[in-house]
Design a protein around this ligand. Structure first.
Ligand code: NAD
Length: 252
């Protein structure tokens, strides 16, 4: 059988798609043929236009993922719209920066809730749907280099993304036999809102750039290929990996 990266006829749910990496992933999946349910807490008009231009149908689902409340609705609205859900990309995430010694409970809970708790329960709802329907599916979690490294002044973010790497392996192992692939992508340093504070700090910006073998901050478009691979039949035998897309950062 020829290798297939084609997503025609598939429906993806992508969280956190108003901007940044989520927007780029949604467009890449549409380019490969998927229809995309865009989940976010603010207007996703720009992403809707970009996905449509790439040939995909879109549904915008407004949802605040800091609680579990919207999870049933995300599945219901997607299924009501397209009749299926094949791919879930858990991309929405937040970061709070402070020295560990001063870190607050709010900065801990807020990050863990969006980056880890909601991710787990949305994956659970998605997997329950697939298993009930007896269909294959793909879950892609957006992890981080801080799934592997300690990071600087971001204790809850590192804990959440390291936890997400473990959760990816745990779910992969539990659901592989059900035909569900659970994998993660660990983006390196990409130019988005998430990293703006680093880019505008001349010292941190120079230090980061000097350490990236590829010599530049990632452009969100450079993440799309990995997402399409992990969403497509080409990765059917890939389970539980955390795939760095980092310009060589971890290889150094
Ligand atoms: P971003 O801040 O531009 O995007 C984050 C997205 O998550 C936005 O769409 C935002 O609206 C959404 N979001 C946050 N809280 C939400 C909530 N409560 N409810 C609904 N949506 C919510 O940053 P980004 O860089 O595009 O980040 C996307 C993912 O990639 C995050 O999980 C982030 O941790 C991860 N990541 C980014 C980088 C990077 O270099 N940019 C590196 C490693 C990992």
């Amino acid at each position: 059988m020829p290798v297939s990266f084609n997503l025609t006829g598939k429906t993806a749910i992508v969280t956190g798609t108003n901007t940044g990496l989520g927007q780029a992933i949604a467009v890449a999946l549409a380019d490969a043929g998927a229809d995309v349910a865009l989940v976010g807490r603010s207007s996703m008009a720009e992403t809707e236009a970009a996905v449509s231009a790439a040939g995909g149908r879109t549904l915008a689902i407004e949802a605040d993922l800091s609680t579990l409340e919207p999870i049933p609705r995300i599945l219901e609205e997607t299924l009501g719209w397209s009749g299926r859900a094949d791919i879930l990309v858990n991309n929405a995430g937040i970061i709070r920066r402070a020295d560990a010694i001063d870190f607050t409970e709010d900065d801990w809970d807020a990050v863990m809730d969006v980056n880890l708790k909601t991710v787990f329960f949305l994956a659970q709802a998605f997997a329950r749907h697939l298993i009930a329907d007896g269909r294959r599916g793909k879950i892609i979690n957006i992890a981080s280099l801080l799934s592997f490294q300690g990071g600087i002044r971001v204790p809850s973010y590192t804990a959440s993304k390291s936890g997400l790497a473990g959760l990816t392996r745990q779910l992969a192992f539990e659901w592989a036999s059900k035909g569900i692939n659970v994998n993660a992508i660990a983006p390196g340093y990409f130019a988005t809102n998430n990293t703006e504070a680093l880019m505008v700090d001349p010292d941190r910006n120079a230090a980061i750039l000097a350490r990236i073998p590829a010599g530049h901050w990632g452009n969100p478009d450079e993440l799309g290929g990995a997402a399409v691979f992990l969403a497509s039949p080409a990765s059917d035998y890939v389970h539980g990996v955390v795939l760095p897309v980092d310009g060589g950062w971890l290889a150094r």
